[in-house]
Design a protein around this ligand. Structure first.
Ligand SMILES: Nc1nc2c(ncn2[C@@H]2O[C@H](COP(=O)(O)OP(=O)(O)OP(=O)(O)O)[C@@H](O)[C@H]2O)c(=O)[nH]1
Length: 202
C-alpha cells in the first residue's frame, strides 16, 4: 500500500487571545470561517496533508489558547513543534506589542532551530488598522523570519502562509541532512534551547 505521507510536521499557533488563531487553523484545514468567538480552552489540533515539491507533507496544526491562564498547558506543546506561527491582529496594537513576549516564550520553551513565521491577521479590516505593515515587516526582519498579512475571513494569504512555512521546514531539514541520514530523523524535535539542543534544525 502507498504511504499516506512522506513527512509529518507539527506546527503550533501562538498569540494573544482573539487574534484569530482558531479561525486561521479552521480556514487552512477545512476552508471554513465563523464569526462566532469561542475562546480556545487549552489546546486542540487539526490535520491537513499538502503536496510540497512532490512530497506529501502531513501538517498537524496545533491551536493554542491565547489566555494567560492556559500558559502552563500550552508551553508544554512548544517542544514538539518544528514550526511556530506567531499571530497578531492588525486592528489591535497590544497584540502586536506582545509578539516580543511570544518570541521570548519560544526561546524559553521551543526546540532550538524551530522555524518561525509572523502573521498579521484580520487584514480584511483595513479601516480599523492600527499596526502598519512596515512596522511588522521590520520586526520580522530583525528576527530573520517571514511575514504575511492574512485574513481567516477572506482567506487571503492563509494557504500561502502555511505552505511557505512547510516548504521552509522541508528545505531546512534536507539542507542539514548529513550523508546517509534520514531527513525524518532531523525533523524529530530536540530538547528545549535552555538545556542545549541536539536538534539538527536551525
Ligand atoms: N474580520 C475578521 N475577523 C476574524 C478573523 N479571524 C478571526 N476573526 C474573528 O476574531 C474572533 C476571535 O477569533 P479566534 O480564532 O477564536 O481567536 P483566537 O486567537 O483563537 O482566540 P483564543 O482561542 O482566545 O486564543 C472571532 O470572532 C473571529 O470570527 C479575520 O481574519 N477577519
Amino acid at each position: 500500500m502507498a504511504k499516506a505521507y512522506d513527512h509529518l510536521f507539527k506546527l503550533l499557533l501562538i498569540g494573544d487571545s482573539g487574534v484569530g488563531k482558531t479561525c486561521l487553523v479552521i480556514r487552512f484545514a477545512e476552508d471554513n470561517f465563523s464569526s462566532t468567538y469561542i475562546s480556545t480552552i487549552g489546546i486542540d489540533f487539526k490535520i491537513r496533508t499538502v503536496d510540497i515539491d512532490g512530497k506529501k507533507i502531513k501538517l498537524q496544526v496545533w491551536d493554542t489558547a491565547g489566555q494567560e491562564r492556559f500558559k502552563t498547558i500550552t508551553t508544554a506543546y512548544y517542544r514538539g513543534a518544528v514550526g511556530i506561527v506567531l499571530v497578531y491582529d492588525i486592528t489591535d496594537e497590544k497584540s502586536f506589542e506582545n509578539i516580543q513576549n511570544w518570541m521570548k516564550s519560544i526561546k524559553e520553551n521551543a526546540s532550538a532551530g524551530v522555524e518561525r513565521l509572523l502573521l498579521g491577521n484580520k487584514c480584511d479590516m483595513e479601516g480599523r488598522r492600527k499596526v502598519q505593515r512596515d512596522t511588522a515587516e521590520k520586526l520580522a526582519k530583525e528576527h530573520g523570519i517571514r511575514f504575511f498579512e492574512t485574513s481567516a475571513k477572506s482567506s487571503e494569504n492563509v494557504e500561502e502562509a502555511f505552505r511557505t512555512l512547510a516548504r521552509d521546514i522541508l528545505h531546512k531539514s534536507f539542507r542539514k541532512a548529513p550523508p546517509g541520514s534520514s531527513s525524518r530523523a532531523l525533523l524529530e524535535p530536540g530538547p528545549p534551547r535552555k538545556t542545549g539542543g541536539r536538534c539538527s534544525l536551525g
